[in-house]
Ligand binder design. Structure first.
Ligand code: AMP
Ligand code: MG
Length: 325
């Protein structure tokens, strides 16, 4: 079937209140039209996602983004111009029409324009969609169509096949608020777009710009972003510092109450972007390989802004952190 026909079928499925798995540059998403409550509900059901975890609205233009928001500060224009289509979600006051189911009852909505031709074609045809990652809640996000199929065995789910995701980890999420003196940019979830990238894009904006990295408050503001998330099917041990690997494996097995068994080692590329691109596929491959433990070292050479997203995801995916020299 032709790609245009696939898009028409997918748009028809969404129009009928159905759900479609779509590729984006970050991870595969499970999409429903924002004006089809049955579809949105099915997204939560399929994922077994708690209703307190909001979905990101995906748009194909800035004008669509303005329609789902009630305020569009100058900073939003700047960031959209620089990073859209791309892996940056803007959290802004929601428009009244946006279904509270999508925003988990919050007064804000997360919105982004994905950088993938199939996602954009689908949204052009169907209108804005609400889409979380196409995986069971709490698990590793899918970065290939095969991963999506593995997440939903036996489910009759239409999947738009768009190859391997090029970013590989979920979007950077920032909340924008305008005060009397300027703009506050809170990073609720790190991603490929970093704090220095944001600062650069906002240079020269009138008024002050404050960029803060999310802490505990950000976790409350971004309810789905829990401490335990992105977990592979086999426990992951994260090794910080330069403890010898054999020693770290023993410590991890003991702390997790695992007996003897095979341990698989995840090796991260030296380039943070490449490490992010292959992270989830590597975790899935290693989890399926028969080992009872996956171990990864995240040394001090892999720190700084460029590594924030990979560090964040590994930190949440890990069942145990082994540190010390
Ligand atoms: P995903 O699982 O990649 O769809 O991630 C969606 C995540 O984006 C949620 O779990 C939240 O952390 C964040 N998010 C979406 N909408 C909002 C919102 N209105 N306010 C704060 N965070 C949001
Ligand atoms: Mg997710």
């Amino acid at each position: 079937m032709s790609e245009a026909q696939d898009i028409r079928n997918a748009a028809a499925t969404l129009d009928a209140g159905g759900v479609v798995a779509m590729p984006t540059e970050t991870v595969y998403g499970l999409a429903a039209r924002i004006d089809r409550p049955a579809g949105v509900r099915r997204v939560f059901d399929l994922k077994q996602r708690p209703l307190f975890d909001p979905l990101i609205v995906h748009v194909a233009s800035v004008s669509q983004a303005k329609r789902v928001t009630r305020a569009w500060p100058a900073a939003a224009d700047r960031l959209a111009a620089r990073f859209w289509p791309g892996p940056l979600t803007l959290v802004l006051p929601k428009a009244d029409e946006v279904d509270p189911l999508i925003t988990a009852g919050l007064d804000t909505v997360g919105v982004r324009m994905p950088n993938h031709p199939l996602a954009l074609a689908l949204i052009d045809a169907a209108g804005p969609v609400a889409a979380p990652s196409a995986n069971r809640f709490g698990r590793t996000s899918p970065t290939t169509p095969a991963h999506v199929r593995d997440e939903f065995p036996g489910v009759d789910l239409m999947i738009l096949e768009g190859g391997e995701c090029q970013v590989g980890v979920e979007s950077t999420v920032v909340r924008l608020s305008e005060g009397a003196t300027g703009t506050l940019v809170e990073i609720l979830r790190p991603g490929q777009v970093t704090a220095p990238d944001l600062a650069d894009a906002l240079t020269g904006l009138s008024g002050s710009v404050e960029i803060v990295r999310g802490g505990a408050e950000a976790l409350r503001a971004s309810p789905g972003h829990m401490e335990r998330h992105y977990q592979p099917a086999v426990p992951l041990a994260l090794v910080e510092g330069d403890r010898a690997m054999g020693d770290a494996v023993r410590a991890a097995r003991e702390r997790l109450g695992l007996g003897a068994g095979e341990t698989a080692t995840l090796t991260l590329d030296v380039d943070a972007r490449i490490a992010a691109r292959t992270l989830y596929a590597d975790l899935r491959r290693l989890a399926a390989g028969g080992a009872s433990l996956i171990i990864v070292r995240l040394g001090s050479e892999r720190s700084g802004e460029a590594w924030a997203a990979v560090r964040d995801r590994l930190g949440r995916a890990a069942s145990v952190v082994i540190d010390g020299g």
